[in-house]
Structure formats: C-alpha cells, structure tokens
Design a protein around this ligand. Structure first.
Ligand code: ZN
Ligand code: ZN
Length: 116
C-alpha cells in the first residue's frame, strides 16, 4: 500500500497534491488550488464562492448597461432599416433592368413580322 504522504490531485491523478481544499476536502495540485481572500480553495470552490458572495462581480454583471442597450437597439434598428430599404429598392426596380432581358428577347425573336 502506498503511504498517505503521496496524495494525488483529484483532477490530475498523476500529480502530487500540495494542498487540501477546506471547502470540499479534496486534494489538489498546485495548478488546481487557488489562494483567495487569505485562504486556499480549489478552482471549483472558488467559483462557487465568488458566485454566492458576489465579491468579484455584481450578480447582474452579464446584463449590458443601459447605454449599451441603447447602442444595441440603435444598431439593430439601423440594420433592419438597411435591409428593409434594400428589399424595397430591389422590389422597386423594373424587371427589364435585370440582366438586360430586353435585349435578349429582341435577339431571340428577330423580326417575325418582316414577311412581305
Ligand atoms: Zn474545493
Ligand atoms: Zn490538479
């Protein structure tokens, strides 16, 4: 049996654990353990702590600020107007302008009424 001194990281079984997370009790390697607020935590517990306490960021930080909302709305409106206007522009074009069908029709039917 191996000794208790060689504890392994719960995430990296090949790495030696350097610290134990006081929150979940798991052993973690140097890469997985994070020092936060004067104590060590694993990355998972640190994320939970930050999420619950909201120390790092306010809970509504993912929401855009009011100014951003206005800018986003303006951009969406501008895009919509641009696409709508482009569609109206295409509709307003007379069909004869597309690919010069006027000329093609004239070439396909060369003077049928020219019989004497
Ligand atoms: Zn933990
Ligand atoms: Zn690890």
């Amino acid at each position: 049996m191996s000794s208790f001194a060689t504890r392994k990281c719960v995430r990296h079984t090949e790495r030696e654990a350097v610290a134990r997370c006081p929150s979940c009790g798991g052993d973690f390697c140097r890469e997985c353990i994070v020092e936060h607020d004067g104590r060590v935590l694993c990355a998972t517990c640190l994320a939970k702590t930050v999420a619950t306490t909201g120390a790092a960021k306010p809970s509504a930080a993912w929401l855009p600020r009011s100014g951003d909302v206005a800018v986003t709305a303006a951009c969406v409106l501008l895009l919509w107007v641009a696409f709508y206007g482009f569609g109206q522009f295409l509709k307003a074009l007379p069909p004869q302008l597309h690919e010069g069908t006027v000329w093609r029709e004239a070439l396909d039917n060369p003077g049928h009424g020219e019989t004497p």
